[in-house]
Design a protein around this ligand. Sequence first.
Ligand code: PEP
Length: 249
Amino acid sequence: MRKKIVAGNWKMNNDLAQTERLITDLRKQSKTSKAEVMIAPAFTNLWQAYQTLKESSIEVIAQNMHFAENGAYTGEVSASMLKSIGIQTVILGHSERRAYYNETDESLTKKVDAALANDMRIIFCFGEELEDRKSGNEEKIVGDQIKNALFHLKDSAFKNIILAYEPVWAIGTGETASPEQAQDMHKFIRKTLTDEYGSDVSDAVSILYGGSVKPNNAKEIFGKPDVDGGLIGGASLNAEDFFAIVNAF
Ligand code: PEP
C-alpha cells in the first residue's frame, strides 16, 4: 500500500513568530485521514519548528539544500546540516528553484545523490510549462525531467523518493489541472518508472500532485488512483485549509 502524503511548502513566508503561531494553529486541527503530514518552513525556522513538532505526527522538512557537503558556498545549507537538526526530508527541484535559481537536471542529480548519501528522503518536483502542454509536449518534458535526475539510481533508492508532479502553469495561479489531467500524467509517470525499474518499484512510489490544491478540489484530485497526495503551497499557510486538504483522503 503506497503512503498517502500531504506536504505544505511554506516558501519564503512566515517569520519566527508567525511560524510559531501557524504551528500552534496546526496542532489544534484534528487529523481524520491516514495521510502523512509534512510542513516545510523557511531555513531560519526549521530548528524551532522541529523542536516544537518532534513528538507530533507532523514532520518538519526542508525546502532545498546544496549538493556539497560543506565549503565555500555562501548562503547555502547542506544535507548534513539539515540532518544535524533532525530534518529527514527535503524538497528538491521545485519549479521556482528551477526558474529563479537556475537549477538544472545536472545540479539536481547532484542534490539527489547528496540527499540519499545522507539517508534523507526526497520530494522530487517536476512539471511542464504552459507552452509545453499547449504543444502536446508535456509527457516528453516530464519524462525527461525524471529520467535525467533519477534514472542513474538503483532500485533501492526509490524507497526514499517521493515524486511531486507540479505543472508550472498551475502553481500559485488558481489554475488547477483537472483531476483527469492529473491522473493521466501520474499514470504516465508510474509507467515511466515501471518501464525502467519494474512494478515492484513503481507501485511503491508515492506520486503527489501540486498546483493550486485547495479544500474545495482536493477530494476529487486525491480520489484518482495514481494520485497519492499533494504538495500544497498557498493553502498550507492556513491551518484549517491545510487540514481540510489533509482530511480530503
Ligand atoms: C507549490 O508551490 O508547490 C504549490 C503547489 O503552490 P500552490 O499550491 O500555491 O499552487
